[in-house]
Design a protein around this ligand. Structure first.
Ligand SMILES: O=C(O)CCC(=O)C(=O)O
Length: 286
């Protein structure tokens, strides 16, 4: 079974390409003064710690529907010989994920951090099967992405409940203030589904477990150090990552990331973002 990630348009830069890129990778605190759904304390906590967690978005019937949808897509991916991490660029392939990216309650929270005008950038399932041995090594998202400046947040929607036993995410609180950190190529023994590893992360802050009930989200800054350990349980751990940035962010040419950005509550006079439409029919895995 391959863990190949199937994007729509974009490609992922190599470590050398990333190191050669001129990007502004420093934390831009949220400037939102009158949040509507988060509290002013939540916004201050996000600026201080780099994350928020335990925000309920979907009730039981709603998340059960999203889980059933994922079950179906996972079965098709597995039948095609693909792994549980392969379902990427989901907002361009499935109307259900495009609609989730536009979910009223999610957009309200993200707008309380980024401001009312946002770009829906990416949607990717991170699904650890029971005891599947995969990990996600310590990293900063901004390090991987050909984007500048670093004004992107990730919403991680728990499709299944996530806890320490099945490999929930862990954060290093406050590490987003440290700027971009040196990383090395991950070793095969790490079983990392990605490919960067930052060492000695405890020096940047205290570790926090991102335990979530199904239907809850966490939101983290693209500069926050995070990871997740093996799923040592007999329960699946699936989360849908939804990435959002402000419209002034630019995708570095050559990797087509701009083609996947959807305008949400904004126009784009510069024509930078591709603004792909809501998919009319579901993507068929070949
Ligand atoms: O789901 C995980 O374990 C890691 C997800 C992650 O690295 C991310 O959302 O950036």
């Amino acid at each position: 079974m391959t863990s190949q990630i199937i994007n729509a348009f974009k490609s992922n830069p190599s470590h050398d390409e990333l190191r050669a890129m001129d990007r502004d990778l420093r934390f831009y605190p949220s400037q939102v003064e009158n949040p509507t759904t988060l509290s002013a304390e939540d916004v201050a906590a996000f600026n201080r710690d780099g994350y928020l967690k335990g925000i309920q978005i979907c009730d039981e019937p709603e998340i059960t529907g999203h889980r059933a949808f994922f079950d179906e897509q996972l079965a098709k991916a597995e039948a095609a010989g693909l792994g549980s991490f392969s379902l990427s660029s989901g907002h361009l392939k499935y109307a259900k994920i495009y609609d989730l990216m536009h979910h009223r309650k999610i957009i309200a929270r993200v707008s309380d951090l980024l401001g009312p005008e946002i770009i829906g950038l990416a949607a990717h399932y991170f699904c650890k099967l029971p005891n599947d041995g995969t990990t996600v090594s310590w990293h900063q998202d901004a390090s991987y992405w050909p984007l500048t400046p670093s004004k992107t947040v990730t919403v991680w929607l728990a499709i299944d409940a996530a806890d320490l036993g099945n490999g929930c995410m862990r954060f290093v609180s406050g590490s987003h203030h440290a700027g971009q950190l040196e990383f090395r190529a991950s070793e095969a023994s790490e079983n990392n589904v990605l490919n960067q590893t930052v060492e000695d992360v405890e020096q940047y802050g205290s570790l926090v477990d991102d335990e979530l009930k199904a239907g809850e989200i966490s939101i983290h800054s693209d500069l926050l150090l995070h990871s997740s350990h093996y799923n040592e349980s007999d329960r699946r751990r699936c989360g849908l990552t939804l990435r959002y940035c402000t419209p002034d962010v630019r995708a570095v040419p050559g990797f087509n990331w701009e083609k996947e950005g959807v305008l949400i509550n904004c126009s784009d006079p510069s024509g930078h973002w591709g603004h792909p439409p809501r998919p009319e029919r579901d993507f068929e895995i070949a």
